[in-house]
Design a protein around this ligand. Structure first.
Ligand SMILES: Cc1ncc(COP(=O)(O)O)c(C=O)c1O
Length: 407
């Protein structure tokens, strides 16, 4: 029997840009200031200088901002290369016209993944000899030599070869003519900590492997270690390239790193008021009536919920902005909607746009406020906005908040 034909891999790509007219029908959306991403990339580029490359980390749909738009905005600010977590994300970027080198940070160990790397010119991350042999076999079968980056585990205990075995792995990979070890990298576990000792220990291990490989001689290897925090904190961690994510999107990775660069947040999340209702004092609001009104109240139902990426844990601990005023959220956040107390805001009307995250006039709500309130990190908040929210270019959004032309 002939082997059954294998189904070709199919990859979905993100839609490029959504026409502004679509906004008329939107209950909620993510607004992306692409100019801010370009600005932030320029700042980071200035920080690292002309001899260090900048790899923009645009995995997880560009930390929720839209990967293609983010990558293009970062490229305009001087990004040289991109990093993603998966093959599908990498192919999505090629489909959106990005021709620069793309490093796939996640694990790949299947023949079709190796074939896709060759076909689309992706840089795979190699952590094991088995993986290297598979990529070598696929590349040499087509007479090609595939550039790869080797990940050293210097203290993250995630992907990567244990650093003590790094030299042996790299030497073994160098004997495989289907591969070219182009880069060596490692990931820092606590670069945003005030105490630098873990980062220093990881750097010593990284340096140890590099020194054993090169015998102190100059090397053509592209060595990279720094994430946003390390890029901002210490130029000794920059090596040949930095891999920056969070800072591109306008956020410092920790409080003590704020103010090092004048980063501009790139994301705002806005939603419409569905309806308003006036209720008597003592009215139970939302599931389980965890909140009761203390006075006769005017409640606004806002069309965004936890399935859109507003953490349910924020129930009763967040608010929205309208024309620069703060309206507290009340009751449990539901899957698609949340309620805010608009008693003091008689001007708020059905269809009005409120700011759930980001700036509205002179006030703003920052991802770190949310992450602190629910015991997580800003990365989790930004990447948590679901595909149900269209990503819109802020430059198209005339003006912000209630001033939007659509309102
Ligand atoms: C391997 C790797 N490098 C770089 C980054 C970018 O980190 P940051 O967003 O802190 O700049 C990440 C993010 O998770 C990562 O996993």
């Amino acid at each position: 029997m002939p082997p059954a034909p294998t189904a070709p891999l199919r990859f979905e790509t993100q839609p490029e840009a959504i026409p502004l007219g679509f906004l008329q029908d939107c209950r909620a959306w993510v607004e992306v200031d692409e100019g801010a991403i370009t600005h932030n990339t320029r700042l980071l580029r200035q920080r690292i200088g002309p001899h260090v490359k900048l790899m923009a980390v645009v995995k997880a749909n560009g930390y929720g901002h839209g990967d293609g738009a983010t990558a293009k905005a970062a490229r305009a600010g001087g990004a040289d290369a991109f990093a993603v977590a998966s093959l599908a994300e990498a192919i999505g970027l090629r489909h959106q016209g990005l021709q620069e080198p793309i490093l796939v940070l996640g694990h790949m160990g299947q023949v079709d993944e190796a074939q896709a790397c060759l076909r689309w010119r992706f840089l795979p991350t190699i952590s094991t000899l088995d993986q290297g042999q598979l990529f070598h076999a696929v590349a040499s079968r087509s007479g090609a030599c595939l550039p790869v980056h080797v990940n050293l585990d210097t203290g993250m205990a995630r992907l990567g070869v244990p650093w003590q075995e790094g030299v042996a792995l790299i030497q073994a990979l160098r004997n495989l003519d289907g591969l070219q070890v182009e880069g060596i990298y490692s990931h820092l576990a606590a670069a945003d900590a005030v105490d630098p000792s873990l980062t220093q220990r990881q750097q010593q291990r990284f340096d140890h492997v590099l020194a054993s490989l090169t015998n102190g001689q100059p090397t053509r290897l592209c060595c990279h270690l720094a994430n946003s925090a390390a890029t901002m904190a210490d130029s000794r961690l920059h090596y040949d390239m930095v891999r920056v994510g969070l800072a591109l999107y306008g956020h410092a990775p920790a409080e003590h790193l704020e103010g090092i660069l004048p980063l501009r947040p790139a994301m705002a999340v806005r939603a419409r008021v569905a309806i308003l209702k006036t209720v008597p004092a003592g009215t139970g609001v939302s599931y389980d009536h965890r909140y009761h009104t203390k006075r006769p109240s005017r409640l606004a139902v806002v069309a965004i919920g936890y399935a859109d990426g507003v953490p349910r844990l924020l129930s009763g601990r967040m608010g929205v902005l309208h024309r620069g005023h703060w309206l507290p959220q009340v009751g449990t956040i539901t899957m698609d909607q949340l309620m805010v107390d608009a008693t003091n805001h008689p001007q708020l009307h059905g269809g009005a746009v409120v700011t759930v995250l980001g700036s509205d006039g002179t006030r703003s709500i920052r991802p770190c406020q949310w992450s602190q309130a629910c015991g997580t990190i800003p990365w989790d908040i930004l990447s948590g906005f679901s595909s149900r929210l269209p990503r819109l270019n802020a430059a198209h959004s005339i003006r912000q908040g209630d001033q939007l032309a659509i309102n």
